[in-house]
Design a protein around this ligand. Structure first.
Ligand code: SAH
Ligand code: SF4
Length: 385
C-alpha cells in the first residue's frame, strides 16, 4: 500500500540511441538479453567479471572476448555510471558527489574515510515520501525511486574515483563498507534496492559481504522482514523516540507501524547476535526526546535485542522545527545508557565544510522547484559502523 504514495516508478533504461545499460541488470536479465542476440551463455560471466570485477566501461577492454563479439556488444549495450555534476572534498577527507540523472533529478553520495574502513553513503530515492519532522529530505516535493542501476552506479563511480579495480587486497582499500543512508527510504524502494545489493554482493564482481552493508530505515515493517530473510544485511533503525505518542508525532510512519511491531521485527531479524548488533539511531531533539526518563525507557524497550545506539546531534536546517539538545543533556542521556551496558557513541560530524557548501549548491540547483539541501547527510554518514 505504501507504494501508492511513492511515485514508485524508476526511469526506464531507454536511451536515445536504443542501447541498454548493463549496470543494474541481474545476471539472469543479462543472460536473457544475450540469448536473444545469439550470444553464448558463458559470455555473461565474462562480461560480468569485466564490469564488476575490473571496472571496465568499454567492451573493447574485454580482451578475452573475440573482436566480433565485442563489436556486437558495443552496438547494443553500454556500461554507464551516473553523471557527476559536482565532486567535493572536505579537509577531513570526506568526499561528496552530486549526481544528476537523465531526467535532471539529483542525489548525493558521500564517502567517509576512517582509520579502519571507508564507508560509502548511498541514496535510494530522490527525496522521500515520508515526512519525518526533523528531516529536510522529507520536505522535498519531488520524489522518485532510483533504479537498481542508479544505486549500483553510485558504488561504481566511487570505485572509479579511488581506482579500486580490481579490489585492492593489500589493505589500502578506501571503499570497504556501504550504508544505505543517503536520501530516501530504502525499504520504500525495496525491489530496486534488493536487486542492487544482490549485484553488489555477487562473488564474481564487487563481492561485498552482507556484513559490510547496512540498511537504514525508518521502520517499514513488512519489507524489514523481507530484507532479513532475503538480503540479511546489517540493520540500522531510525528510532528517535521511545513511545508511540512522540514517535508518531515526529515520524508519521509510526502510525502505520508502531513501536511494538517495529521492535518485534527487530527481535526476529535473522542472524542478530552480540557480534552482529542492530544499530538504533537516536537524533537528540531538545525537549522532545532527550530526558533522563526517555533514556531509561530506551534501555527498557531495547532489552533482549542485541543493540548499539548512535546518538546523533540534531542537525538544524532553515526553519526546522527543532533544536539540538545541549551537550550536557546528551552526555547525561548517554550515561544512563552506559550504566545499563549499552554502548552509545555520540556521532561527530564529518565533512562539515563541504556539507555547508552542499546545502548552498543544492538549494541553488533546485531553487526553481523546492529547496532540499540534505544537510543531515553529514550527521548520518558517520552514524553507523
Ligand atoms: N530513510 C532512512 C535513511 C535515510 S535518513 C531512515 O530514515 O533511516 C538517515 C538518518 O539521518 C536517519 O537516521 C535520519 O533519522 C537521520 N536524520 C534525518 N534528518 C536529520 C537531522 N536533521 N539531523 C540528524 N539526523 C537526521
Ligand atoms: Fe525519509 Fe529517512 Fe528523512 Fe524520514 S528520516 S523523511 S524516512 S529520509
Amino acid at each position: 500500500m505504501h507504494n501508492s504514495h511513492a511515485k514508485a516508478f524508476a526511469p526506464s533504461q531507454d536511451r536515445k540511441d536504443g542501447k541498454i545499460n548493463l549496470i543494474g541488470l541481474s545476471r539472469d536479465e543479462i543472460g536473457n538479453l544475450f540469448a536473444e542476440r545469439g550470444l553464448q551463455a558463458f559470455r555473461v560471466k565474462q562480461v560480468w567479471q569485466w564490469i564488476y570485477g575490473r571496472g571496465a566501461t568499454d567492451f573493447d577492454a574485454m580482451t578475452n572476448l573475440a573482436k566480433a563479439v565485442r563489436a556486437q556488444l558495443a552496438d547494443e549495450f553500454v556500461i554507464e555510471r551516473p553523471r557527476v555534476k559536482q565532486a567535493q572534498n572536505s579537509v577531513d577527507g570526506t568526499a561528496k558527489w552530486l549526481l544528476q540523472f537523465d531526467d535532471d533529478q539529483e542525489v548525493e553520495t558521500v564517502h567517509i574515510p576512517e582509520a579502519d574502513r571507508g564507508t560509502l553513503c548511498v541514496s535510494s530515492q530522490v527525496g522521500c515520501t515520508l515526512t519525518c519532522k526533523f528531516c529536510m529530505t522529507g520536505t522535498q516535493k519531488l520524489v522518485r525511486n532510483l533504479s537498481a542501476g542508479e544505486v549500483v552506479g553510485q558504488i561504481m563511480l566511487a570505485r572509479d574515483a579511488f581506482g579500486e579495480w580490481p579490489t585492492p587486497t593489500d589493505g589500502s582499500r578506501q571503499l570497504t563498507n556501504i550504508v544505505l543512508m543517503g536520501m530516501g527510504e530504502p525499504l520504500y524502494n525495496y525491489e530496486n534496492v534488493a536487486k542492487a545489493m544482490r549485484i553488489v554482493m555477487d562473488p564474481d564482481g564487487l563481492a561485498f559481504s552482507k556484513r559490510r552493508i547496512t540498511l537504514s530505515t525508518s521502520g517499514v515493517v513488512p519489507e524489514l522482514r523481507r530484507c532479513g530473510t532475503e538480503l540479511n544485511v546489517n540493520l540500522a533503525i531510525s528510532l528517535h523516540a521511545v513511545n508511540d505518542e512522540i514517535r508518531s508525532e515526529i515520524m508519521p510512519i509510526n502510525k502505520k507501524y508502531p513501536l511494538k511491531e517495529l521492535l518485534g521485527a527487530c527481535r526476529d531479524y535473522p542472524g542478530v547476535s552480540n557480534a552482529r548488533r542492530i544499530t538504533f539511531e537516536y537524533v537528540m531533539l531538545k525537549g522532545v526526546n532527550d530526558s533522563l526518563a526517555d533514556a531509561r525507557e530506551l534501555v527498557r524497550i531495547l532489552r533482549g535485542i542485541p543493540a548499539k545506539i548512535n546518538l546523533i546531534p540534531f542537525n538544524p536546517w532553515p526553519n526546522s522545527p527543532y533544536e539540538c539538545s545541549a551537550p550536557m543533556t546528551i552526555t547525561k542521556f548517554q550515561d544512563v545508557l552506559a550504566r545499563a551496558g549499552l554502548s552509545a557513541p555520540v556521532r561527530t560530524t564529518r565533512g562539515e565544510d563541504i556539507s555547508a557548501a552542499c546545502g548552498q549548491l543544492k538549494s541553488e540547483s533546485v531553487r526553481q522547484r523546492k529547496p532540499r539541501p540534505h544537510d543531515h547527510l553529514r550527521a548520518q554518514v558517520a552514524a553507523v559502523g
